[in-house]
Design a protein around this ligand. Structure first.
Ligand SMILES: [Zn+2]
Length: 228
């Protein structure tokens, strides 16, 4: 009997995986037929603007800066992919985004000992069911063969950033993150992964928390960069 239940669960798992990873005959954005093994068609891909710039995210007096790279700009199909990943749990979208991020790692020759990601509060995690940054980090782990280590917690719920001024956005995020797993990051080079870079406040405070707790070099990599 018990064996039967285990078999049923295995079958269920296989069914779910086959739905998620089944043949991708149609573009996940426009539903056009695909003629390659990619998830999006050439037409949708054309509107993705690759981001080749490095952004320096620093504090107000400029004494501390972190380098930030992004796969593409937050516009066109990349914006659609991010929205689909975050709000519709489209894991295929996550794979396309991660491909652009990995291209940025290669193009900019980014070097790091391990990958971490911008955390969510427990409440937000429960509501969404997954952390999109963690999801992207785990795909990049497969590509780079570098481990993913969870070393930050989000301890403060933050207001929606929409409608806030730049200064308010920075104030809103300040003190939201707390470091964990200190022994694992001492003197290590860390790649922090997130979905979108907007003001840079989130990435900055995550990086600052790691820096203050002994990490060596910290680089930030996001799927997209907003032009705001
Ligand atoms: Zn398409």
């Amino acid at each position: 009997m018990e064996y039967g239940i285990i078999e049923s669960l295995k079958n269920l798992k296989d069914c779910i995986l086959s739905v998620i990873y089944s043949g991708n005959e149609n573009c996940i954005l426009c539903n056009n037929e695909l003629y390659s093994d990619k998830y999006i068609c050439d037409y949708c891909m054309k509107s993705i603007m690759i981001c080749r710039d490095k952004t320096e995210i620093g504090n107000v007096n400029g004494t501390l800066k972190f380098d930030c790279y992004s796969g593409a700009y937050y516009s066109g199909s990349m914006m659609e992919l991010i929205v689909k990943l975050k709000y519709k749990s489209s894991f295929r979208s996550g794979h396309v985004i991660a491909d652009y991020m990995y291209n940025s790692i290669k193009a900019n020759k980014l070097e790091f000992d391990f990958i971490t990601y911008v955390p969510m509060t427990k409440k937000d995690f429960k509501r969404r069911g997954f952390n999109q940054g963690e999801y992207l980090a785990n795909i990049l782990k497969e590509y780079t063969k570098k481990p993913v280590i969870s070393c930050l917690s989000k301890i403060k719920s933050t207001k929606d950033q929409i409608g806030l001024s730049k200064r308010e956005r920075w104030e809103n995020i300040k003190g939201s993150f707390r470091f964990k797993n200190i022994s694992l990051i001492k003197n290590k080079n860390v790649l922090i992964v997130d979905d979108v870079l907007t003001t840079g406040a989130t990435a900055f405070y995550c990086a600052l928390e790691l820096k203050n707790n002994g990490a060596n070099k910290i680089t930030i990599l996001t799927g997209a960069k907003s032009r705001v």
